[in-house]
Design a protein around this ligand. Structure first.
Ligand SMILES: [Ca+2]
Length: 407
């Protein structure tokens, strides 16, 4: 990549950030609804047994302030402590994790601070980026973090062990380090699958346009979804990983990703859903399959990227949903909703945009229906969160925690 091209890529990033203030509201552009207008105008039958499930209505949702005592700089995650209906860990990009009670207004206390282990001269995308609790956290206290370190610049996946209401930084056991050529596109999501393995979203290494072709290179870990077994002291490669017996790095579960930003399993179907941040035009949502090639940098969303036209899309898996930069600039993945307060969203994957604050949902029960815009919040959405009942929240840089509810 030439210096000029790199400058353009950086300018693109900067413009994207500026858009956070500019795209907050007002536009009437939105994804089409899946039901005809007026579908809800019929009177609701009086007998409870005959009440049909409400439908997902475009812009029929709101994101109101929740948990005002949980509002810290650079929040990008809130996850319920396994087994608790009230206690969450709140992750900040600066390396601080706080332990927060949702049901009281007590200022959350620091659970763990690894700020000193982060890169000293971070780009705006680096930092503490992901947290996952071990499936046996309630008894083991084990949890996993993904963060950016320096000298050399790299992504680190480590295990820590909690004791009581805090965790000792000295409990760290580094599992995996991936050298990062640039400061951006670090990925960072972690999630345990129903198979008990740890899934890791890794960005393409950065700059712009994936100049080293990492997304399509199965011999590197950049631009991938990884799956590793962390049940032992050090990680091992599960036997059934697609390249466990050759053809690429054994850790790879899926490839052709650019910058996966949030990765979650549907607890009902076991399907893995990821959001992949686009280059300059298209943001996408992917259902991640074993060995799947999600196209980057041959394609950005459903569109040729390299080359810009006439690319060979054979064997590339298209996104389940995409949107253009007229509606945002950086997708934030969420969850397949399985709560009860919004039954019409059961089985819909909810996601949003960091720059515009728009929130959408797409039905995972089919492969074709269009996404529906649920709300246009204007918030810098960095993650979604779920409470113990499976209700949804937005974690934001500038609007604290917001609860998604039907209007
Ligand atoms: Ca793709």
């Amino acid at each position: 990549m030439t210096a000029a091209a790199r400058s353009i890529a950086l300018v693109t990033v900067i413009i994207g950030v500026a858009l956070a203030a500019a795209c907050g509201g007002g536009s009437t552009q939105q994804a089409p609804a899946t039901q005809p207008p007026g579908a809800t105008s019929s009177p609701v039958p009086p007998t409870a047994s005959a009440v049909p499930a409400p439908e997902v209505i475009a812009d029929g949702y709101t994101a109101d302030a929740a948990f005002p005592h949980i509002d810290f700089t650079k929040m990008l995650g809130m996850q319920m402590v396994p087994g608790s209906s009230d206690i969450a860990l709140v992750v900040s990009q600066d390396g601080v994790i706080r332990r927060a009670g949702l049901g009281d207004a007590t200022t959350p206390a620091v659970f763990l601070d690894i700020g000193g282990r982060l890169i000293r001269d971070p780009g705006m995308e680096e930092g503490l980026l992901g947290l996952a609790f071990a499936p046996d956290y309630a008894s083991s206290g084990k949890f996993y973090l993904y963060y950016s370190a320096g000298n050399p610049r790299r992504a680190v996946v480590s295990r820590f062990v909690a004791q009581g209401n805090t965790a000792d930084p000295a409990s760290e056991h580094v599992l995996l380090e991936i050298e990062e050529p640039y400061a951006n596109h670090n990925g960072g999501p972690l999630a345990f699958g129903p198979d008990g393995y740890l899934y890791i979203g890794v960005g393409d290494g950065g700059a712009g346009g994936d100049p080293h072709g990492n997304g399509q290179n199965k011999d590197v870990l950049l631009g991938k979804i990884l799956r590793i077994d962390v049940s032992g002291e050090d990680y091992t490669i599960p036997d059934h990983n697609p390249f466990a017996r050759g053809g690429g790095r054994g850790e790879i579960w899926a490839y052709g990703l650019r910058n996966p930003w949030r990765l979650n399993f549907d607890p009902e179907t076991g399907a893995l859903w990821a959001a992949d941040v686009g280059q300059g035009e298209w943001e996408e949502i992917d259902r991640i399959a074993k060995g799947g090639n999600y196209g980057w940098n041959v394609m950005e969303g459903n569109h040729c990227f390299e080359p810009a036209s006439g690319c060979d899309a054979a064997g590339l898996l298209p996104p389940r949903a995409e949107y253009g930069h007229d509606l945002g600039c950086s997708v934030t993945g969420g969850y397949v909703y399985r709560g009860s307060a919004m039954p019409e969203l059961d089985g819909w994957y909810v996601y949003g945009d960091y720059c515009s604050g728009r929130v959408w949902a797409v039905n995972t029960a089919d492969d074709e229906s269009a996404p529906v815009q649920l709300a246009n919040t204007g918030a810098t959405i960095t993650s979604f969160a779920q409470d113990a009942a499976g209700e949804l929240y937005l974690v934001t840089f500038d609007h604290g925690i917001r609860r998604l509810t039907r209007k």
